[in-house]
Design a protein around this ligand. Structure first.
Ligand SMILES: *Cc1c(COP(=O)(O)O)cnc(C)c1O
Length: 959
């Protein structure tokens, strides 16, 4: 037979931007027609003030590589992954290898039903992830022996810093001294120092083996087990701290707590730590869920989000976020913390790991880890090597005078990373993945061998600290032993929630755009996920390349000169940026510049971050148009005088408008000697058109979990890079364990890991790589077009607040419900709950203006979905009109009673003045596809009055 010519298979040429951007050319034409412009370029030219453009009338040029297809980008990432070397990690220091149960990896970490959800502010459509978070809280509370646990913090080091400020608030002590055990993880101490300095807190580092140092203190922090691995009894220290009126913080290893007496049992007030080793990959530093739990009486001081139990309108138990009045979006500069985005997805993974293993499984893992460490110590000792750690859980310190480097190198050649403590000392940590083979390799590196009497060595944990109190007794941790059962449990939870895999989520200021699968894929590749953050940099060459590319590309997109990817949320980027400003002033002898001007419309994190950076906040008024009041700004600058440090403005404004006065604002503040911080969370309205670093700002943070496609995970993870102009570059974050992580002149670390949540950077890398300059610009233009299209279509039905020149909004629009409420008694709460019956997630409520809804459609929603949303809003408006004209009763109507559960709709007695089908199927398409809400409207106040923050007993759900 003659040779047949078989052409090589080639994927059809697809332009990724066409997949990312929802409306196609035809749909865009329809939308442009409605908005009244001939092209998106024309629309942008009209909407964006010319003063912020890089060149007259033209969009900004971006020096980015030509876009890659999905296949090409994944091939490039694969090539980068292949340059990483994943060794067996026995470095420890807060990061341990772990087996992610495959059922959790695939069905939570890689499942858009979990990773594309938003923070559960709308509790009725978030019952699944709220239950999962309640499991997490119960797990942490049980293991730490402290009754109230939050729903995750950003990492262990920042959790320790939050505990420090909590202790200061709660004790109201006159002392500014916080004592930290010298035997604490290096990154924890470094972050404590970064955070303490601007607040005037004195971090006193001391060897606490001989008790507390003299003097007044407001708190003490000990690591348990210590960084060296030693397990010491912290009780004498805790008692001594209490005698001095100070609070005791214990940074505890969550796995060790399955076999050791809990911090609460030891008398501690606060426990902090990481839940990484509960089935969350190391990811070169993150993301993982930090935890904090507190004793009774401190719960109102807790930073971050807290899930609580309440009841719904039918009296059934239901979950929602508790004590929200602590949070920065309400308390602003008086908030307990600036934390907004936390680590929900990772907390849910850790909680599910506990559900999967149950108390006995966890204990078995801990005992096995311990037995490996015992074997290691026995082998070393029998070879005459000096083991410094007597009582330990999983970590040893070994003394090898003068040859630590040689041992570490020998181990590395055998494929194992150890921890070089100093020239004479090596640290070794065992974990869930450590095998006896690994132990043999390590012993070999010390010239030792596995002891001949292979009898299992006896545990060496101190008897006085043996855990006696049970944990995880709740049925949820004792039921789902089979994979079938766990799979269905996770599915049942996911089915209760609305995430991006079911509907658009039009949350203003949150940018709920597509998280493309091709962007997500590389995150769980072992070559990225398996790296320890303190592994030698050359083993992480591929991921470091991702970091460097992103830094370059983000500098290009923003017009700044230097970028740090270390901050692991927007709030942390804000803090880093403000600290850079503070250091800059101090470097010039301008230490008195400590006032931060913040417009009244700002995001709550801004004011909270300014306080954390040691600044005082002065509020600048906004005019009726939502713009910064320039007269008030001038007056405040004059009044502040030489104390002016900075202004923090959001651009486009939180009102969703391109203020054309922004360049004037920058000029005035610079004239007054201040620096300009532009909150770049809304960069989705600027990318490819204007660059903050060019139009007058000195520093911005960006939210990669908004504009650059990292999914929200139900409330985290996030990445909040900080970008600065050259004069601030020396003051970016750095890290004690990694000199390449930032300038040596930097302000210290703001996160535990050198490159923050490096494990998820491939997402944003892939997005930029596949979009290229044209694609990114088209995304911005389409986002602005979609917002204006929605505004235009809604305008006849709801007043649209605020517009810029030519009556255009930027990437989001605010509609005003106050007039309707006054006339009909229907509130924006009623309206958003009714949207649930239509199958939608609510827009952002009452931010930045009470009684309004802020809608951000993003570029990823196609015209059909935009229309489905607008049609729902228009139909709801018609329902409100029926309340107004009396055809619906004022108190008994589909809005007041929304959302309607299947149970309520199918109940034998239906007592309402409207029909069941009006309630369930207000638009015909719902008959074909309908989201059934699992609970009725939730009573927020009840839950705060009767605070329950762990899993309720099953009887609570019985009739
Ligand atoms: C989302 C947002 C923030 C906070 O970011 P987090 O990652 O949640 O900390 C700050 N400012 C603005 C304007 C935002 O929209």
């Amino acid at each position: 037979m003659p040779d047949q010519h078989v052409p090589a298979y080639r994927a059809p040429a697809t332009v990724f931007a066409d997949r990312h951007i929802g409306p196609d050319e035809v749909e865009r034409a329809v939308m442009l027609e409605a908005v009244g412009y001939g092209s998106t370029a024309e629309l942008m030219a009209a909407a964006v003030p010319s003063s912020i453009l890089s060149a007259p009338g033209a969009p900004a040029a971006l020096g980015l590589p030509e876009p890659a297809s999905e296949t090409e980008a994944l091939a490039e990432l694969r090539a980068l992954a292949d340059t990483n070397q994943v060794l067996v990690s026995m470095i420890g220091q807060g990061y341990y290898d772990t087996v992610v149960p495959p059922v959790i990896l695939r069905n939570i970490m890689e499942n858009p039903a979990w990773y594309t959800a938003y923070t559960p502010y709308q509790p009725e459509i978030s019952q699944g992830r709220l239950e999962a978070l309640l499991n997490f809280q119960t797990m942490v509370a049980d293991l730490t022996g402290l009754p109230v646990s939050g729903a995750s913090l950003l990492d262990e080091a920042t959790a320790a810093a939050e505990a420090m400020t909590l202790a200061r608030r709660a004790t109201k002590s006159k002392s500014a001294s916080f004592v930290v055990d010298s035997n604490v993880f290096g990154q924890t101490l470094a972050v404590l120092r970064t955070r303490a300095e601007p607040l005037g807190i004195d971090v006193v580092v001391a060897d606490l083996s001989d008790g507390l140092p003299e003097g007044d203190i407001f708190g003490v922090l000990v690591q348990y087990p210590a960084a060296s691995g030693e397990v010491r009894d912290p009780r004498p220290l805790i008692e001594a701290a209490h005698e001095r009126g100070a609070l005791a913080v214990v940074a505890a290893d969550i796995l060790a707590l399955t076999v050791l007496t809990s911090p609460g049992g030891l008398g501690a007030d606060i426990a902090v730590g990481s839940t990484q080793r509960f089935g969350v990959p190391m990811g070169f530093g993150g993301p993982h869920a930090g935890y904090m739990s507190v004793r009774e009486g401190l719960q109102r001081q807790l930073p971050g989000r807290l899930v609580g139990v309440s009841v719904d309108a039918a009296g059934n138990p239901a979950y929602r976020l508790a004590l929200q009045t602590r949070e920065q979006h309400i308390r602003r500069e008086k908030a307990t913390s600036n934390i907004c985005t936390a680590q929900v997805l990772l907390a849910n993974m850790a909680g599910m790991y506990a559900v999967y293993h149950g108390p006995r499984g966890l204990r078995a893992i801990a005992e096995r880890v311990h037995s490996r460490a015992v074997l290691l110590a026995a082998g070393l000792r029998s070879a005459g090597v000096e083991v410094l750690t007597d009582a330990f859980f999983d970590t040893l310190r070994v003394r090898v005078p003068g040859w630590a480097d040689a041992v570490v190198e020998a181990a590395r050649e055998a494929g194992v990373n150890l921890f070089r403590v100093d020239a004479d000392t090596v640290g070794i940590s065992c974990d869930e993945t450590t095998t006896s083979g690994h132990v043999a390799l390590v012993l070999n590196a010390f010239g030792a061998r596995v002891p001949n009497d292979a009898a299992p060595a006896a545990p060496v944990l101190p008897a006085a600290l043996a855990r006696e109190v049970d944990y995880l007794a709740h049925p949820v941790f004792n039921t789902h032993r089979s994979e079938t059962s766990l799979l269905r449990y996770m599915r049942r939870l996911a089915d209760k929630d609305l995430a991006l895999d079911r509907t658009m989520i039009p949350l203003g200021s949150c940018t709920m755009k597509l998280n493309a699968t091709a962007e997500m894929e590389a995150v769980t590749w072992p070559e990225f996920a398996g790296l320890h953050p303190f592994a030698p940099l050359e083993q992480a060459a591929g991921l470091v390349r991702v970091v460097r590319d992103l830094e370059t590309w983000l500098a290009e997109v923003t017009g700044y000169d230097a970028v740090s990817l270390q901050p692991n949320a927007g709030s942390q980027g804000e803090l880093a940026g403000l600290l850079a400003i503070r250091e800059y002033h101090r470097s010039r002898g301008d230490a008195a510049r400590e006032v931060c001007l913040i417009p009244s419309s700002a995001h709550g994190t801004n004011a909270a971050s300014a306080i954390m950076a040691g600044m005082r906040v002065t509020v600048v008024a906004c005019d009726e148009g939502g713009n910064i009041d320039l007269d008030d700004l001038r007056a405040k600058i004059a009044k502040t005088g030489d104390a002016l440090a900075a202004i923090m403005v959001t651009y486009p404004s939180t009102h969703g408008v391109y203020e054309d006065t922004i360049t004037e604002v920058c000029r005035l503040v610079h004239e007054g000697g201040g620096q300009v911080y532009v909150d770049g969370a809304n960069l989705n309205a600027l990318v490819g058109w204007a660059k903050p670093g060019e139009f007058g700002a000195d520093v911005s943070h960006l939210n990669l979990h908004k504009t650059f496609c990292i999914p929200h995970g139900g409330g985290g993870p996030g990445v909040g890079p900080v970008a600065v102009r050259a004069h601030l570059a020396d003051f970016l974050p750095n890290h004690p364990a990694q000199s390449e992580a930032g300038p040596y002149t930097g302000v210290g670390p703001v996160s535990a890991a050198p490159f923050g949540s490096a494990g998820i950077l491939p997402i944003s890398w892939a997005y930029i790589r596949m979009m290229g300059e044209e694609g990114l610009r088209a995304a911005t233009e389409t986002a602005v077009l979609a917002a204006n299209y929605v505004a235009k279509r809604l305008a006849p039905h709801y007043p649209v607040l605020y517009a810029g020149t030519d009556g255009l909004v930027a990437h989001e629009c605010i509609i005003d419900i106050r007039g309707l409420q006054k006339a009909t008694g229907i509130s924006n709460d009623d309206l958003t709950k009714r949207l649930i019956d239509y199958g939608f997630h609510a827009p952002t409520m009452s931010f930045p203006v009470a009684g309004t809804l802020m809608i951000e459609p993003t570029e990823s929603e196609d015209l059909a979905e935009l229309d489905r949303f607008v049609d729902a809003m228009v139909a709801i408006r018609a329902e409100i009109d029926r309340v107004a004209d009396g055809s619906y009763e004022r108190e008994d109507n589909p809005l007041k009673n929304a959302p309607h559960t299947a149970e309520a709709l199918t109940a034998d007695d239906w007592k309402h003045a409207y029909s069941r089908s009006e309630a369930a199927y207000p638009v015909p398409s719902l008959r074909r596809s309908k989201y059934w809400v699992p609970v009725a409207r939730i009573d927020q106040a009840f839950g705060d009055r009767n605070l329950v923050c762990s899993c309720p007993p099953p009887e609570a759900f019985e009739e």
